[in-house]
Write a protein that binds this ligand. Structure first.
Ligand code: GLP
Length: 242
């Protein structure tokens, strides 16, 4: 795993945006795995600027999002569909038919999970997966204990994850209890991974990722050690004391 240290969040976001934009320039039909949450927000903002100022085109890019809450309508302000539209897709020239996000309202969840995996495979796999990390080491919504061999599945969110994400909702009671997420095996099948880590809240998780020896299912992000092409961009606060 290659680690790039930045002074703060702004610089982290700039590097991440440059990284993604360079990949698209090299491969205009890139298949890009996307993440939500607070960390990549600025990266999306800078990618939009880059699209407007430098003309980086998403016309041939295909995207797959990591996860979605179960039970939230795509129009719900807290759904990841809504997040992606507002934060990124509405501002770039991506073709709507090339956007894939798990459907948190699917009536047959098992079928939805299976079909999501098939769509990724049909596309030839993900070229570059953008990732964040939860304070408990979750990636996507794969909570501690999720099997490394898991593919897209439904998961019950850990109480700590619901608490961490409650900041986006009116109250913790509104945070869904379940989510549909790409599995750890689906994430690790990506050809390349870009992990963004910002702030003191993530310091302990990053320390565990960079210092502990063997991957363990108790700490989902640890699987990244086994991937041949992972780049971590982390700011000083996240890297403090490491
Ligand atoms: C969320 C998302 C993850 C994200 C992580 C960290 O719950 N499901 O994809 O990477 O938790 O989020 P944040 O960047 O807001 O700290």
């Amino acid at each position: 795993m290659k680690v790039i240290e930045t002074k703060q969040y702004q610089e982290l976001s700039q590097l991440a945006s440059n990284y993604i934009s360079d990949k698209i320039k090299k491969k205009p039909n890139l298949t890009l795995g996307l993440a939500t949450g607070g960390t990549p927000k600025k990266t999306y903002e800078l990618l939009i600027e880059d699209h407007k100022n430098n003309g980086t085109s998403y016309n041939s890019v295909t995207t797959f999002n990591l996860d979605e809450y179960i039970g939230l309508d795509p129009e719900n302000a807290n759904s990841y569909h809504h997040y992606m539209n507002q934060t990124f897709f509405n501002h770039i020239d991506i073709n709507r038919k090339n956007i894939f996000i798990p459907n948190g309202l699917a009536l047959k969840m098992e079928q939805e999970c299976r079909e999501y995996e098939e769509k990724i495979k049909f596309q030839g796999g993900i070229d570059l997966q953008l990732l964040g990390i939860g304070a408990n080491g979750h990636i996507g919504f794969n909570e501690p204990g999720t099997p490394f061999l898991s593919t897209t599945h439904v998961i019950e969110l850990a109480p700590s994850t619901r608490e961490a994400n409650a900041r986006f909702f009116d109250s913790i009671h509104d945070v869904p209890t379940h989510a549909i997420t790409m599995g750890i095996a689906s994430i690790i099948a990506s050809k390349e991974i870009l992990l963004l880590v910002s702030g003191e809240d993530k310091n302990a998780a990053l320390k565990r990722l960079l210092t502990e020896e063997e991957p363990t299912e108790d700490f989902p992000a640890s699987i990244l050690k086994k991937h041949p092409h992972v780049t971590i961009i982390a700011d000083k606060k996240a890297l403090k004391g490491i």
